[in-house]
Design a protein around this ligand. Sequence first.
Ligand code: NIG
Ligand code: FE
Length: 409
Amino acid sequence: MKRFAIINANILTPNDKGSPCRGEEQGKLIHAKHMLIEDGIIKMLTNDINMLPDCEKMDLDGALVTPGLVDPHTHLVHGGSREHEIPLKLDGASYMEIHHAGGGINSTVLATREASDSELKEKALNDLKHMLSLGVTTVESKSGYGLNFDDEVKTLKVSNQLNKEQPIDIIHTFMGAHSIPQEFKHDPEGYINYICNDIMPYVRKQNLAEFCDVFCEEGVFDVDQSRRILNKAKEYGYRLKLHADEIVSIGGAELAAELNAVSADHLMAVSQKGIEDLADANVVAVLLPGTSFYLGKNYAPAREMIDKEVPIALATDFNPGSCPSDNFQFIMNLGYLYLKMRPEEILTACTLNSAYSLDRGHDRGSLSINKKADFIIWNSDNLEYLMYRYGKNHVNQVWKDGKKVYGVK
Ligand code: NIG
Ligand code: FE
């Protein structure tokens, strides 16, 4: 048995009571000084050093320790990049105007279809290495840049291989309903039938993805189409997610609640009723302030959602078009300054609630007994500093399943 303890640390963790934290609970953390780990699992948190058994001890001299970060919304595997869109944006073109002119998601679809498995893998691996250095120990990865059988399967296989070949755990989501591809431009119903009948059952059967997500947005998939796709997904055994009310308020949050989705993501344009429905159904709101930042849009009403008892998670939304950054620490800074969340609420949003939004609250997301020893040792003794001093990586070491997987000397 491999047994060791970290001692004299400022350990801060959300308190897992078996469901996502909401309302006041979102901002309540537990504090301890010492943590015992056995075979990659947390066995004790204590303030009394005499409670620890005889074992190897790492003295952290007051350093902040938190759970590893769980980024629950990324479009990790994709070809190419979209820097050429910035001048169009600066000239006033909106995200949806670029999308409808054949740019946007569909231009990344072309680049992804052209890329080989190994090119996609190498590119995503590079991004994963960067995420790990920033403290991410679990990440969600969506398909949605293949938009046909072969290329959706190709990107999901790459993502599944990466899960086995580097330290971050990757959780997969099928998002064939990310956009209508060019070849179905005049037959959106044909595309919906194709993904529902041909791609979705195969992906689930091969266990290439456990969640299904839809871009429910004006001019992409409307509420009725999204409902049909997600109901089909439910039949195949997927858990549901939704890109909801990102740009226009069309009832995405309401739909997520109606379908008992595990999360509703974006919500920059969420309605009052949408907020109430999410709270009633206990759907995790995954907010993506990096997208508001990059698109120059408003931020989701996080404070109001917390007041109304919607559990909040944060994510990067890392993708080439609306948030070309995988920097989860920057998302924390945005959460503080623009979502006006408190540091304690942000930590819960980036660890325990994000784990729950991926159905992983039972084994990670907090430093609780019998959970995975996924944790970060920070170059700071307090949480507020990370949220304030932006643009710098504050990670000292990242530990995954009780093993050191990243460390600064
Ligand atoms: O979450 N909104 C849809 N999908 C992504 C953007 C994808 C892209 O622009 O390539 C998002 O913002
Ligand atoms: Fe997204």
